[in-house]
Design a protein around this ligand. Sequence first.
Ligand code: ADP
Length: 268
Amino acid sequence: EKGHHEKRLIESRLAQIGQIIMVMANKGGVGKSTVSANLAAGLAARGYRVGVADADIHGPNQSRFFGFVGQRVRLGGNGLTPCAFEDDGIAHPLRIGSLAFMMERDDTPIVWRDAYKHDFMHHLIGSFDWGPLDFLVIDMPPGTGNELITLADLLEGHDVAALLATTPQEVALMDSLKAVRFCQERQLPLLGVVENMAGVTCPHCGGEFHLFPRAHLAEALAEVEVDSLAQIPLSPALASGSDRGQPIVLAAPEGPEARAFAPVVEAC
Ligand code: ADP
């Protein structure tokens, strides 16, 4: 009975959601959350109604990236109310749902066995009152583990596509190819790869250089027939925007970072 009710609730949420984008990465720290936040911000800036579901249980950073640190969840008439992003008094069509809002303290560690994580994936989609959305961007945990499988199963039959964030160096590449394989085997459409931390501009001379060689990445992606959608530079403004709770794509819409993210937004 409980399972049946939950399933109906999830289906009723999903029925109001247009396109779901799962942002994946095969390791932590490559900028998956950064890509999720700025993709969502870019879509909202184009007038779409966007939800951000933070599925990264052990590192739920979306609350920070949108300036909701310390925020606690509120219960509305139709479920948990996602936090609505506002900037300088301007409301954006952007709503964030995260486990971070349910914790007593921001530094509470999550010590859950798989069954709990499985349940939380269902909660994330079903318990939040997402309302009608054009896009739901899901910030996935790194890797191809439990949560990914749970969500892929849960969302089957809906309009779902994946985006893969990676850094251009070789170890990340090897890991990313596993995520590519996952998508191909699950027949999950992969929109493409976002190369993050690709290039740095020297603050002193303005010259550009590459920390990681990207030649192998381009080759490997061509081999598996996956597009590279964008190269996002390492950028202090991007990092500090995220820390401040203002995605750079909204804070500096004409800046080089927003321009770098534009093809990712357009691919969705
Ligand atoms: P992941 O979600 O893959 O673990 P995050 O998006 O949380 O990675 O990024 C890890 C850290 O690196 C964050 O502090 C973020 O602000 C920073 N970061 C990510 N991408 C960039 C970039 N292109 N330039 C500068 N800082 C970045």
